[in-house]
Design a protein around this ligand. Structure first.
Ligand SMILES: NC(=O)c1ccc[n+]([C@@H]2O[C@H](COP(=O)([O-])OP(=O)(O)OC[C@H]3O[C@@H](n4cnc5c(N)ncnc54)[C@H](O)[C@@H]3O)[C@@H](O)[C@H]2O)c1
Length: 388
């Protein structure tokens, strides 16, 4: 058995996504499970180094998670030095969206394989340019498309493959929860303030339509056209320093997508809703033979044969409990963390060349949908998507 160590630069890792999803639940979790077993003869073992601007934050993070199993986690503020070190083959970026391009370009020049958070940019031109930089540089590259590996969405995929739905007619996604404005001391905002400032790359449309693009393209069919209305429902919020700021980006998006195959998808995305549904994201798929409603993990189904026949009569209490008559799809397999699964696929792609189709070019399609959504809102019209 040989162990193939792979050096990974984790940039922007003191942030929310970098720390929780990428460092702790992916890279460290892979190290703690003994690496990625590729075959009886080969195991891939990550060797991370944390990079960023603030030495004390990096040190605190490295100290917090260094232990007997993963050893002492390395960190540095000298990105150029670590980019010049050939033992680090992968550059990962979860810094701010607007910082991404400069980092990716530098890392491509250094010959690193590129993996990064979405969105890769906030305009399609820039996202495509960055994809081309990677392609021309001849480096393997990938973008996080984590929702594809959520257990709930994998169950939808399984039902589709089994022909459960008959013909799929429509899909409705309901996403979001209440993000506190921060005006009172005991209810501080639980998301970074840049999310609500357009000039810093924030906004619900740019954030979430990127996700909806790959979810819809992969599960239901290629998106052909979008109609979208955004809103800034909350005009001011309080930032990390306790200062009130003006919200300059949309915080909610009401979008309808028409697919090439005729399926209609409607997704509401909002930071200004309170949850009375099964999960923070629910996706309902209605087909001629059955309906499924997936949350992040669970999925409920109702076959046509179990469908009740309601009668409109508000003069009497509703006789049907609509939550009855649904079955929960059992756990068919073990579902690992979605980010970790994609990391494992990417590292195998880098080391042994297994296929990996979630490239920066694919990621650019998400940016394209977001940009078209913003255009649709501004011009109050349907916007067709050009082929990428
Ligand atoms: N896949 C997902 O579901 C998902 C969810 C949320 C955010 N994101 C994306 O992840 C990225 C980070 O979002 P977040 O919520 O973690 O934000 P965050 O503000 O918590 O983290 C950003 C990090 O980048 C660092 N940073 C900023 N500028 C830098 C620079 N010049 N050099 C080095 N580091 C720098 C910040 O210090 C911070 O640590 C964004 O692009 C966002 O769109 C993806």
């Amino acid at each position: 058995m040989s162990i193939r160590t792979i050096g990974i630069i984790l940039n922007g890792v003191t942030g929310r996504m970098g720390t929780n999803q990428h460092l702790v639940r992916s890279i460290l979790a892979i190290m703690k499970q003994g690496g990625i077993k590729v075959s009886d003869d080969l195991t891939i073992m990550p060797k991370p180094i944390l990079t960023g601007r603030n030495e004390s934050k990096l040190k605190a993070l490295a100290d917090k998670y260094s232990d007997a199993q993963v050893g002492k986690i390395a960190y540095t503020t000298d990105l150029d030095k670590v980019l010049a070190d050939a033992s680090y083959e992968v550059f990962f970026d979860s810094s701010g969206t607007l910082q991404r391009a400069a980092f990716v370009e530098k890392a491509v020049k250094a010959g690193k394989a590129i993996y990064c958070e979405k969105p890769t940019a906030i305009t399609t031109d820039e996202a495509l340019r960055l994809a081309k930089v990677c392609e021309d540089g001849g480096v393997k590259n990938g973008v996080v498309q984590d929702k594809l590996w959520l257990p709930g969405l994998r169950k939808l995929q399984m039902l589709k493959e089994q022909g459960f739905f008959g013909d799929i007619l429509s899909v409705r996604g309901e996403f979001g929860y209440w993000v506190f404005e921060g005006h009172v001391a005991d209810q501080q905002a639980q998301r970074p303030s840049w999310n609500y400032r357009a000039e810093d790359g924030g906004g619900m449309i740019i954030d979430m339509l990127c996700h909806w693009r790959y979810v819809i393209d992969n599960l239901f069919g290629n998106v052909k056209s979008v109609s979208c209305v955004g809103a800034t429902h909350i005009p001011t919020r309080v930032d990390e320093q306790g200062k009130t700021y003006k919200c300059t980006s949309d915080d909610s998006a009401y979008s309808t997508f028409e697919l090439e195959n005729g399926i209609l998808c409607h997704f509401n995305s909002s930071w200004n809703v309170r949850v009375r549904r099964d999960d923070l994201l629910t996706i309902q798929v209605d087909g001629t033979k059955g309906t499924a409603v997936a949350g992040l993990r669970d999925c409920w189904v109702q076959h046509v044969s179990a469908t009740p026949k309601p009668v409109w009569n508000p003069d009497i209490p509703q006789p049907i409990n609509f939550y009855e008559g649904w079955s929960k799809v059992p756990e068919a397999t073990t579902y690992d963390n979605a980010f970790k699964i994609q990391w494992e696929l990417f590292l195998k792609h880098v080391v042994v060349g297994t296929p990996f189709r979630w490239t920066l070019r694919e990621g650019a399609k998400g940016v394209q949908l977001a940009e078209a959504g913003l255009q649709s809102w501004k011009e109050r019209k349907w916007v067709d998507l050009a082929k990428i």
